[in-house]
Write a protein that binds this ligand. Sequence first.
Ligand code: B1M
Length: 213
Amino acid sequence: MREHLKACMQAVLEGDGERAEELAKLTLERKLPLLEVIDGGFVAGIREVGRLWEEGALFLPELVMGAEAMKMAMGVLQPALEASGGKQEKAGHVVIGTIEGDIHDIGKTLVATMLSANGFGITDLGADVPAAKFVDEAEKRGAGCIAVSALLTTTMPGQKKVIEELRKRSLRGKVRVMVGGAPCSEKWAEDIGADGYAGDAVSAVALAKKFMA
Ligand code: B1M
């Protein structure tokens, strides 16, 4: 298992999409624990890419190639991860997306997949989503929760706009707001008046369950 995790991490670090995809397929063939492989292998790889990029040891195209390799692996693993929850009663509906100005969607998609695997109905709006669009969709779907991802310090304030938009439409009491993404924190959630913060996909599921209880 350790060797497999190392290989997954390395494939992302090298921006080798074909190898990442091959390793993801091997993960399924060998019936290895999906979350452990995603977190300890592919996510570890993309975080290391980010660290090296910040240090100036990698260039932007290498960052993009690492992200592409990560996405190719996730393309193979997501259906299996989604199916791993089995058939469950719908736990409620969540509208999820990455806020306007921000195109980071890997973490958000992982959260959406995990929520879906745990019985939540999901409307995934993708990335670069205006605040009003989250609220439009929540209204349309009768969603109990809006989950807003932000990976950039410059786009985090957009999460607050979603809450303001809910207030404007007198929906704040009906829809819970969860925030997440690397620069967010419990304190940030409190500061902007969100209902909660989740640091990873597993805690996002726990928080959504708490909201819907
Ligand atoms: Co960008 N980028 N990037 N990038 N990138 C970061 C975020 C950065 C920290 C890198 C760095 O400097 N070390 C930095 C932000 C600095 C800051 O704001 N302080 C940065 C920057 C600066 C940029 C650009 C501005 C670079 C440039 O163009 N000069 C640019 C911005 C473009 C834009 O959005 N407008 C940019 C572009 C890109 C790529 C396109 C190349 C690519 C994204 C590809 C894609 O997503 N389709 C990319 C990547 C890959 C990264 C890093 C390396 C990895 C992000 C990732 O996918 N992590 C990242 C460094 C890092 O995070 N360490 C970085 C893996 C993922 C599984 O984790 O997203 O944290 P994460 O999600 C976790 C949790 O946070 C949580 O659960 C997930 C699973 O555990 N979570 C939620 C996430 N959303 C949640 C929502 C929830 C609950 C939990 O409910 C609402």
